[in-house]
Design a protein. Structure first.
Length: 555
């Protein structure tokens, strides 16, 4: 007996249920796009999410059989294995990533080692970590909103510093807009700069001797770490004397201050020795200090000279740049009898009250001889100065007399000499009258124009230079003139800073540079969206589509 089919009185819904699923998917997709590409989720993101949830609920209400079929249907039962395998695969991949991240297993694929320490930096930082007396160091990266992308990348390198140093090197990101006082405290000029600072025993930063790294570079950061961690305080006192040339030596002062963290002061002898003053020549916490006489036209008073003698006799270091004696008094501070009597008696050298002239090898005038005969064994005239190509310019210089035999425990070394064609005039009035031709009374060269002496017993070191031009800003701009290098080396040698200088400099190996890729913020957000959402969820969507198609066929 056949069964008769009775038509159903139920009406089809106004909106087919499958369209509601499509609308729900579009709502969720819109929310994902907003979350991946916009800085804030916003109204559109929440609206898309609410629309997707509402559409999904309407599908469940309008097609409850389909909703139950998704969970209990034949396709769900057979497709559950595939879904389970997919979920397990994602869980395993996440677990592998977590293990690799926690074990810090990384490979820097950049040719320039942008995200990990080079072999040179690793060796230097590891040695720093192995030394128990070295202080802790902190890297302060002043990164604003424009450096947000660089922050994530640079964190990898900073973490390598921290781990290689066993925690002695730490780092912190500072927003310049939110902490302007910190920016001012460290002298930060723009966002993106890095300050490397030593931490005192109580954990406070030694801001006075912090090193500023203007551009992000591993070599500069490593050198800055080693410089601030090396224990040492160095002071340079430029004496304020009559007609002194200290204000014409700004480039030299800036190099000492900005590159190597020296404390440079223009002071008088009275300020140096005043009990109420801020200076202490006998401070045990000072690693090295040097007193500089930058020229001067008037001889020192006996009381002033006594201050210098007491300082040098205790092992103090002294650099004297001779000022010109072509003045009304026809003498200078350096060429005065009282100073030279002390120098000759205690160190076996001193200035002559003359002017060295050279018509064969000079700079613009015979009164500005050029010395190319430099000592290759002395640090002052060899460090960073090319052998056989160096030249020092001396304006109206005094010659330096060296005794036949030095005092006990004293070693004298000539540093620079004029040519054999040079001659020295003691008739200063003739030079003032522009009568500079050689006469029978003029001594013939060569003449010593710069020399050094060291007392092995007291440790005192002195450098005599026949002209202020060696430290003058004028000659610091010429590429083929080594005045600034020699003047700077004088400070290094006099204070023994070369011991620190050679130890704290790390020569980074020259490496090829990676080809830079530039992208704006929107492009980076799109890349993140494609890699994080489109690719994985696209594969998932294809799987859902296949499952849905099989379900429809089964029905």
């Amino acid at each position: 007996m056949s069964q008769q089919f009775t038509p159903s009185n139920e009406q089809e819904p106004l909106i087919p249920p499958r369209y509601l699923l499509i609308l729900a998917a579009l709502g969720f997709l819109a929310a994902l796009v907003v979350a991946a590409t916009q800085p804030e989720f916003g109204v559109i993101g929440y609206g898309g999410l609410a629309f997707g949830v509402l559409a999904l609920l309407m599908w469940v209400l309008l097609a409850p059989d389909q909703a139950r079929g998704v969970i209990t249907g034949r396709t769900a039962r057979f497709g559950g294995t595939s879904l389970l395998v997919t979920v397990l695969l994602l869980v395993v991949l996440g677990g592998i990533y977590a293990v690799v991240r926690n074990a810090n297993l990384r490979v820097d694929l950049t040719e320039a080692d942008n995200y990990s320490l080079t072999a040179e930096s690793q060796q230097a930082i590891a040695a720093l970590a192995a030394e128990p007396d070295t202080p802790n160091v902190k890297i302060l990266a002043f990164y604003g909103g424009a450096q947000a992308n660089s922050r994530d990348q640079d964190t990898l390198l900073f973490e390598d510093y921290k781990q290689t140093s066993n925690g002695k090197v730490d780092y912190e990101f500072i927003d310049p807009d939110k902490q302007p006082q910190t920016v001012s405290q460290y002298g930060i000029a723009r966002a993106g700069q890095i300050a490397v600072v030593k931490l005192n025993d109580d954990g406070t930063p030694d801001t006075q001797n912090a090193q500023i790294v203007s551009t992000f570079g591993q070599g500069d950061i490593t050198n800055a770490i080693l410089k601030v961690s090396s224990s040492g305080v160095f002071n340079a006192y430029f004496l304020t004397v009559n007609d002194g040339a200290a204000d014409q030596m700004t480039v030299l002062k800036q190099n000492l201050t900005n590159r190597y963290g020296w404390n440079v002061q223009d002071v008088s002898l009275t300020q140096l020795t005043s009990p109420e003053g801020a200076f202490n020549l006998d401070d045990p916490n000072v690693t090295g200090q040097v007193m500089i006489i930058p020229g001067g036209s008037a001889p020192l008073a006996d009381a002033e000279l006594q201050i210098i003698e007491d300082y040098v006799n205790k092992g103090g270091d002294l650099i004297v740049f001779a000022g010109t004696n072509l003045n009304d008094g026809q003498t200078s501070l350096a060429a005065a009898d009282n100073l030279n009597s002390y120098l000759m008696q205690n160190f076996g050298l001193g200035f002559q009250n003359d002017v060295v002239i050279d018509k064969t090898q000079a700079f613009q005038s015979p009164l500005i001889p050029v010395a190319t005969n430099l000592s290759n064994s002395a640090f002052i005239t060899s460090n960073g100065i090319p052998t056989g190509q160096a030249a020092l310019v001396f304006e109206v210089p005094n010659s330096i007399e060296i005794a036949d035999s030095a005092p006990a425990n004293v070693t004298v070394t000539p540093l620079a000499s004029s040519t054999s064609a040079s001659y020295a005039k003691t008739d200063l009035q003739a030079v003032l009258d522009n009568n500079i031709d050689k006469t029978d009374a003029d001594a013939e060269g060569p003449f010593v124009l710069a020399a050094q002496a060291v007392n092995g017993q007291t440790g005192a070191r002195i450098v005599l230079v026949g002209s202020t031009s060696l430290g003058n800003d004028t000659y610091s701009t010429f590429q083929n003139i080594d005045n600034l290098s020699a003047a700077f080396n004088s400070f290094i040698w006099a204070t023994n800073f070369n011991d620190y200088f050679t130890q704290i400099t790390v020569q980074q190996q020259q490496r090829p540079q990676d080809q830079p890729l530039f992208a704006d913020q929107q492009t980076l957000q799109n890349v993140n969206f494609i890699s994080i959402f489109v690719l994985p969820f696209g594969v998932l969507a294809i799987g859902i589509l296949v499952w849905w198609t099989n379900r429809e066929r089964a029905r």
